[in-house]
Design a binder for this molecule. Sequence first.
Ligand code: PLP
Length: 400
Amino acid sequence: MDKLAINGGTPVRNEFIIYGSPDIGEDEIKEVVDCLRTGWLSTGPKVVRFENDIKTYTGAAHAVATSSCTAALHLSLILSGIGKGDEVITTPMTFGATVNVIEHVGAVPVLADITAGAFTIDPDDIEARITPRTKAIIPVHFAGNSCDMDAINRIAEKHGLTVIEDAAHALGTKYKNRIIGDGENLTCFSFYVTKNVATGEGGMITTNQNDLASKIRVYGLHGMDHGAWQRYTKTDTIHYGIVYPGYKYNMQDLNAAIGIHQLKRLESFIVKKRQLAGMYYDLLGNEESLILPARFPEGDGNRNSWHLFPVMIKPETLKASREEIMRAIIEENVGVATHYRAIFDQPYYIDKYAFNPEDYPNADFISKRVFSIPLQTRMTEQDLMDVVTAIRKVLSHYKK
Ligand SMILES: Cc1ncc(COP(=O)(O)O)c(C=O)c1O
């Protein structure tokens, strides 16, 4: 067997492949150059265009662009009136931002377990954790798979709760023939650099609620009653009014310029990622130390948008920890990343809330075993074969 790179052997490939990286084309580049030439760098016509494109794509009545999904989630909580002492139920299997924003508004995060298959929040466990102080639920669509939104919306309606969807992983995801982000719920997307539509940094809130959409726009730009787009035009009034001590959460035209063209390519990105995922199922399906992500039938109107390809190790078959396996794969020049170490295992949340991992058996199981392997649209078949070879090489080295 070849010596592992981590032990001084030759890596499987010379060039490091990152688990997720943007696929930027000439159109994106030209549109950014256009911003530079016109001088519209910050919020302006390209943000308006990108918002309109997202409205058309999702079918939502409103789309408000933000500087990030974190900003979108924060604004959504504020405008839903969530504050001190309120409880917000969310999943432990998420990026820190989802829970950090609950802290930012002074509310209390309450974690509910996830389902073993889709890694998404378990509606039954949500219901079990509702108290008189519960005000909202933040379901997180995971890795491109939708949460069970019918069940979650039903629970929310029954108990009078707000639902804010964290759709950072889910632009293009479909649930029962509906695209995520097409409804009443405030739905927050991310265009961070690893996402299916990447603008560098960026986010978007979609909703069909008219009153909330216009408030989000004002609260997200200093609380000014005139947006930047109007302020610098000839027809605008000379003064603006501060109607709320708002935030600086607006998207720049520089980012929207990229997003406009990324969005046009999203459907082809999803097709390519589905093909790559299919190859992983074929090539890694028989690895006895790996559990591949559950495959859901897509025929009944559900669609995975394949943001990530999370695999799990079977520790009982291996002489090394998940971290040692990941380190060894990285040394073979294949980038892997953890999505996620559960929130109940993060230092701040352990100190503040002392969550007990045993209360979340599925999340605890997954959190200890999971890592994501490269899934990006610029990958060639050879890149994918290298990933597979590196994983096989490392797993067979550490096999018990
Ligand atoms: C599930 C989830 N929620 C929220 C965020 C925050 O997104 P952003 O980086 O756009 O603020 C991320 C980012 O990676 C995420 O994965």
